[in-house]
Design a protein around this ligand. Structure first.
Ligand SMILES: [Zn+2]
Length: 130
């Protein structure tokens, strides 16, 4: 007699996924209308596995003018804003050798984990800005 056990990895609420890119990173877009272009990550959303890239994957939003209590008047019109891209559609670009790269984990001189370029071995990002 066989007992089958199903093991499922559950995503717990509040537990943050780890993205291979973070805010401030230079990335290359691999899919969509801006494929091949590069930009800087404005915002990382680990819970959605998505990132916002400055000036890329822009979408037009038609908004109506309205007034909100406390927020004042919001003008209507067409605004362009970056749509979130899935992290699998962006590739990290090394700021040191300017090549699309994967990063390796290294332990820095202060004992903290840092990211390093697999091509040139230089550290990526540092700790600036979080
Ligand atoms: Zn590099």
């Amino acid at each position: 007699m066989r007992i089958q056990t199903k093991q499922r990895i559950q995503h717990q609420k509040g537990q943050q996924n780890h993205l291979h890119v973070k805010k401030g990173d230079q990335v290359k877009i691999l899919a969509g209308k801006d494929a091949g272009k590069t930009g800087t990550i404005l915002e990382a959303r680990p819970d959605e596995n998505r990132v916002l890239v400055d000036g890329l994957n822009m979408v037009k939003r038609h908004t109506k003018g309205r007034s909100l209590p406390g927020a004042g008047n919001i003008p209507g019109g067409i605004i362009e804003k970056p749509a979130p891209l899935h992290v699998s559609n962006v590739q990290l670009i090394c700021p040191n050798c300017s090549r699309p790269t994967r990063h390796a984990h290294k332990i820095g001189p202060d004992g903290k984990a840092v990211r390093a370029c697999k091509h040139c071995g230089e550290m990526i990002g540092g700790g600036q800005g979080g």
